[in-house]
Design a protein around this ligand. Structure first.
Ligand code: ZN
Length: 279
């Protein structure tokens, strides 16, 4: 090797050391539990709200948490049925605190059926009205119930999410012919994904000594799940915790509310952490 080649080699080595050195010096180590976009940028969340059907008894608010980290857009809806409290309680908490959001954009509508929510006196349907979850996509010129359904449908359509989480509770479990301890999905493209989510969830510490959650399909005509899936082609996952309620009332519930809240929260977290954008 000639002297000139040695010089070239030495210069390359110095540059290589400089690059390695600079890289090591400028990268701030991130703790494992601190979300970042991979370049060390810390998570920041911008929160905005929009109220629909303003100045009517059905006014509802959608909170939007937009992060600076790439990820899917998710729409979380709770309270289509007011007495299914675990769902809207968790949704309300996420709307207020953004807890568990580490990437992408998350819209939260905790109280989709505002007139059915009244603390311990909450009911499945708003007093004097039919089932909101049978009249989607609603009608802007129809009954008040149909107008509410249509406003919800529009809010989801305009957000254009990659997936939707629809939070409910049932009166009994699936082995009794009810829907408790299940996730309902109508979209055909996400079966393996959902089975994987459920497998992980059922094997978590939270679910030891508890009946495993299963996958159900075929949500009824006019339900939010079915209509959003069919008209907007967006996958909807309907979580159904089990209230073990001997009547429709909250007073007759046998399964502790805090257990159902923990299940809803853990399931939502798993979806938020693992779902990838649609193609
Ligand atoms: Zn329900």
């Amino acid at each position: 090797m000639r002297l000139r080649q040695y010089h070239t080699l030495a210069i390359i080595l110095v540059f290589a050391l400089l690059i390695i050195g600079c890289d090591g010096a400028t990268q701030t180590p991130q703790p494992d539990d601190e979300p970042s976009n991979g370049n060390g940028t810390p998570l920041s969340i911008t929160t905005t709200t929009a109220t629909h059907l303003e100045e009517t008894p059905d006014a509802f608010t959608v909170t939007k948490h937009e992060t600076n980290i790439p990820g899917p857009t998710v729409f979380i809806i709770g309270g289509i049925h007011g007495n299914e409290r675990a769902g809207w309680m968790v949704a309300d908490d996420i709307a207020k605190t953004a807890e568990g959001i580490t990437r992408g954009t998350v819209y939260v509508l905790p109280f989709a059926n505002p007139q059915s929510v009244d603390g311990e006196a909450s009911t499945r349907n708003a007093p004097g009205r039919g089932d909101l979850n049978r009249v989607f996509p609603g009608n802007p010129n129809g009954s008040q119930l149909e107008q509410l359904a249509h406003a919800i449908y529009r809010a989801v359509r305009d957000a254009n999410p990659d997936m939707v989480l629809d939070l409910h509770e049932a009166r009994g479990c699936y082995s009794e012919g009810n829907m408790g301890n299940s996730v309902i999905m109508h979209h055909e493209g996400y079966r393996l994904y959902l089975l994987d989510v459920l497998d992980n969830f059922n094997n978590s510490d939270l679910m030891q000594n508890t009946m495993a959650f299963t996958y159900l399909h075929a949500p009824p005509e006019g339900s939010f799940n079915r209509v959003i899936t069919e008209l907007l082609e967006i996958p909807v996952f309907t979580t159904e915790t089990n209230r073990m309620s001997t009547s429709g009332s909250i007073a007759s519930e046998l399964q502790p509310l805090e257990d159902r809240i923990a299940q809803q929260r853990a399931l939502i977290q798993r979806f938020l952490d693992t779902f990838e954008k649609r193609d």
